[in-house]
Design a protein around this ligand. Structure first.
Ligand code: PMP
Length: 398
């Protein structure tokens, strides 16, 4: 492994993949050792329009010629920010008409939680078991997995976790609650899809209690689940929508989006209630604007449903206990973490990059770029099927 990677980079596990990237293009990762991988996780749902999409490269190059960072967020009028905010809100419901840009997903959730507290004057937050909302202190406080929270206590107090998808538990949302934060599909929780009408019930309960509903679409957003945003499928509108990942087409960008009425809470008492230096970086916003054009013009949300149909049709094997998710956000549940790990490893050796989910060791993540060709998709699915068979055969031998 690269010596400087070993000596000078902070590792987040004892066993990083350590693949040395030479370049990336479309659905492919090219490694320094000459190998090619089909990227079946898109940098964890980031490269939804593929790596180095020509429209994004063009937008980035044009913005490089104009300006880079010029001022902390919100003071100057920067064309890439205002144009993108207009275009993004143009595909959202009318009540989501005001954008606060951030640099990342966790920062978007931090802003959303603060906004809900300040707007409602309440402190209580409700989140869900097996959720993932990011790793800064606020987002971690609403991330529903004890093993990740424990080393960092004390976190935010007055946070309660309810079972995801449980109708009865929603009765605990009362007038003390500032906000409820939820993912439309729990990505790190193992691609868990809630029962039908659960989100509609949650929405109604929040409205009755005067609690704001924050939908974290950091992973589900921008076409991934077969709709531009997953809340469209649920036929609800959140009070605050948080976004990141695929937003910037490979550049770092996040946002929380709400109504002007709610968002103006940050203007006073005190002014500058929430500030970021790099949020809405002009190069990232230019890239995001191009990404949004690609998403719409190439009808990539429809494409996600086409990919789902192919995956569901072809990926049939006795080791698959469950295949769940929506669009091109699919989880394969296998009998054990050991089997899941062997399948991922075998796929990697044969040219397909898959991933795990943070909270569910038995679930393999499938999240290819939405514009992957059906030919490349089929090649990858064949490699996965071969890996499943190989692991099944080796298990029988033991
Ligand atoms: N929310 C969800 C649903 C996510 O999947 C992630 C990232 N995996 C985050 C928040 C945090 O985003 P970031 O890593 O950009 O801070």
């Amino acid at each position: 492994m690269n010596k400087d990677f070993v000596n000078h980079l902070a590792w987040t596990s004892d066993h990083p993949l350590g693949l040395e990237i030479a370049s990336a293009e479309g659905p492919f990762l090219y490694l320094k050792n000459g190998d090619t991988l089909i990227d079946f996780i898109s940098g964890i749902a980031v490269s939804s329009i593929g790596h180095r999409h020509p429209s994004v490269l063009h937008a980035v190059r044009s913005q490089l010629d104009a300006h880079l960072h010029v001022m902390v967020y919100g003071e100057f009028i920067q064309l890439p920010q205002v144009e993108y905010a207009r275009n993004l809100t143009g595909i959202l419901p009318p009540s989501l008409d005001c954008v606060y840009f951030t640099m990342s997903g966790t920062e978007a959730n931090e802003g959303a939680l603060k906004l809900a507290k300040k707007y409602t004057g309440r402190t209580r937050m409700i989140a869900f078991e097996h959720s993932y909302h990011g790793d800064t202190h606020g987002s971690l406080s609403v991330t529903g997995r004890e093993v990740y929270q424990k080393p960092f206590r004390p976190l935010l107090s007055d946070v309660f976790f309810l079972p995801y998808g449980d109708f009865d538990a929603l009765s605990l949302i009362d007038q003390q609650v500032a906000c409820v934060i939820a993912e439309p599909i729990q990505g790190e929780g193992g691609m868990r899809v809630p029962p039908q009408k659960w989100f509609a019930t949650l929405r109604a309960r929040c409205s009755d209690a005067g609690a704001l509903l924050i939908l974290d679409e950091i992973q589900t957003g921008f076409g991934r689940t077969g709709h531009n945003f997953a809340f469209e499928y649920e036929e609800i509108v959140p009070d605050i929508l948080t976004l990141a990942k695929a937003m910037g087409g490979g550049m770092p960008l996040g946002a929380f989006v709400s109504s002007k009425e709610i968002m103006q809470t940050f203007r006073r008492d005190p002014p500058l209630s929430h500030v970021t230096t790099f949020g809405g970086h002009p190069v990232s916003c230019a890239a995001a604007n191009a990404t949004l054009d690609v998403l719409i013009n190439e009808q990539l949300s429809d494409r996600a449903s086409v990919l789902e149909d192919h995956i569901r049709l072809k990926l049939k094997h006795p080791l698959i206990c469950d295949l769940r998710g929506r669009g091109a956000m699919i989880g394969l549940e296998l009998p054990s973490p050991d089997i899941a790990q062997k399948v991922v490893q075998s796929c990697l050796e044969h040219g397909v990059l898959l991933g795990w989910t943070l909270h569910s060791g038995t679930v393999i993540r499938i999240a290819p770029p939405l514009n992957i060709s059906l030919e490349v998709l089929s090649v990858a699915l064949e490699i996965i099927l071969t890996a499943l068979q190989k692991v099944e055969d080796s298990n029988h031998c033991i």
